[in-house]
Design a protein around this ligand. Structure first.
Ligand SMILES: [Cu+2]
Length: 117
C-alpha cells in the first residue's frame, strides 16, 4: 500500500515536471493594443506557469497598462512596442487597467487576465 502510493507520487511529479519544462521553453507572445478607451483584446487567457510576453501598442495616445496583482505598470507609447515579461504563478482572474488619464472614458479602460490551471 505504501509502495503503491510512492509510485503514484513519483509518476505524478514526473508528469508535472515534464509539463513545466515544456511550458518554460517558449514564451507565448500576446499582442494587446490600446486606444481610447479600450484594450483589444480586453480578455486574455493563459496557463499558470507559462511564460508570456505582453506586446503592448497604442493606436492614439499614451495609455498605460497596470496589473497590480503581478506588480506590472508600464506606459504604452504610440509608435513603439512595449514588451512585458510575465510568468503567472497563481490561478485566477486579474484585472488590468489604464493608469494615465486619457479622457472621459478613462475610468472604463480595463481588461482581464484569466490564468488557468
Ligand atoms: Cu487612460
Amino acid at each position: 500500500m505504501y509502495r503503491r502510493t510512492m509510485v503514484a507520487l513519483l509518476i505524478g511529479s514526473a508528469v508535472g515536471g515534464a509539463v513545466r519544462l515544456r511550458a518554460a521553453e517558449q514564451p507565448v507572445e500576446i499582442k494587446i493594443s490600446a486606444k481610447k478607451f479600450e484594450y483589444h483584446p480586453d480578455k486574455v487567457t493563459v496557463k499558470v506557469g507559462q511564460p508570456v510576453i505582453l506586446v503592448l501598442t497604442s493606436e492614439d495616445r499614451i495609455h498605460d497598462f497596470k496589473m497590480p496583482d503581478f506588480g506590472i505598470r508600464t506606459d504604452i507609447v504610440p509608435g513603439q512596442e512595449t514588451r512585458v515579461s510575465l510568468t503567472p504563478d497563481k490561478v485566477g482572474t486579474f484585472s488590468f487597467h489604464c493608469d494615465v488619464f486619457c479622457g472621459d472614458g478613462h475610468e472604463d479602460m480595463e481588461g482581464t487576465l484569466v490564468v488557468e490551471a
